[in-house]
Design a protein around this ligand. Sequence first.
Ligand SMILES: CC(C)(COP(=O)(O)OP(=O)(O)OC[C@H]1O[C@@H](n2cnc3c(N)ncnc32)[C@H](O)[C@@H]1OP(=O)(O)O)[C@@H](O)C(=O)NCCC(=O)NCCS
Length: 196
Amino acid sequence: MAVGQIFLAAAKEINARVGDQMLISMTEFTLREAAREDVPSLIRLCKETIYEVYGPILSAEALVPWVEGNAAEALIEEQWPRMIVAEMGVGGEVMGVAAASEDAVDLLWVHPSHHREGIGTALLGRVEAELQKKGHRTIKLSCFSQNLRAMSFYLKRGWTVASEGRNEEAEAPETRMVKSLIEEDRHGDTMKMRLC
Ligand SMILES: CC(C)(COP(=O)(O)OP(=O)(O)OC[C@H]1O[C@@H](n2cnc3c(N)ncnc32)[C@H](O)[C@@H]1OP(=O)(O)O)[C@@H](O)C(=O)NCCC(=O)NCCS
C-alpha cells in the first residue's frame, strides 16, 4: 500500500488564548490508498458527513437511503478500491476521502469535525494529480448548487462553472464544474476569452 506524503496543517480557527499566547490547533495527516479494513470507517464518515452537510440542502426522502438505508454501505463496498483516504497522523482515524474515475472527481468528503484543516485541498490535489498523470487535460465534477461551502472551495482551487443542471436522483439543482490541467489555459489568454 502506497503511503503518501505527511501533511501538517494549521487549522484556521484559534482554539484558545492563554495570556498573549495563541494556541492554534494542528492536524497532521497522511494520504494513502484505501484498504478493505477502512470500509467501516468510510461508511461512518460517509453517513456523518452526508447527514451534517446535505441535511439542510436535500429533501428528507433523498437523505433517508443514505442516513438510514444502506446506500452508503453499497457505495463504499463497491468503490473503496479506488479511494484515497486522509488519516490522522499515520494509521489514525480516517478523516477524509476522495475518488476519481475517467476524467471526473467523483467524491470528496472531509468529516465535519475536520473541516478547514487543509485535508480537502490535499485530497483534491492528489486526485487531480492522478487524473493529470493519466493524460486528462480537462477534468470535471458535479456539486449541489446549494452546497455553497463546496462551491467556494472549488472556485478557489481553479475550477470554473460549466453549466447548471439538476440531479434527478436527489431532486436538487447541481452545478457542473470543469478545471483545465494545462497551466496556460488557467492563467493565459484562453481563460480570458472563455470568461468574456
Ligand atoms: C468542501 C470540503 C471538501 C472542503 O474540505 P476542507 O478540508 O474543509 O477544505 P480545506 O481546509 O482544504 O480548505 C478550506 C476551504 O474550504 C471551504 N470551507 C471549508 N469549510 C468551510 C466552512 N465551514 N465555511 C465556509 N467555507 C468552508 C473554504 O473555501 C475554505 O477556504 P478558506 O479557508 O480559504 O476560506 C469539505 O467542506 C467537505 O467535505 N464538505 C462536505 C462534503 C462536500 O460538500 N463535498 C464536496 C461535494 S461536491
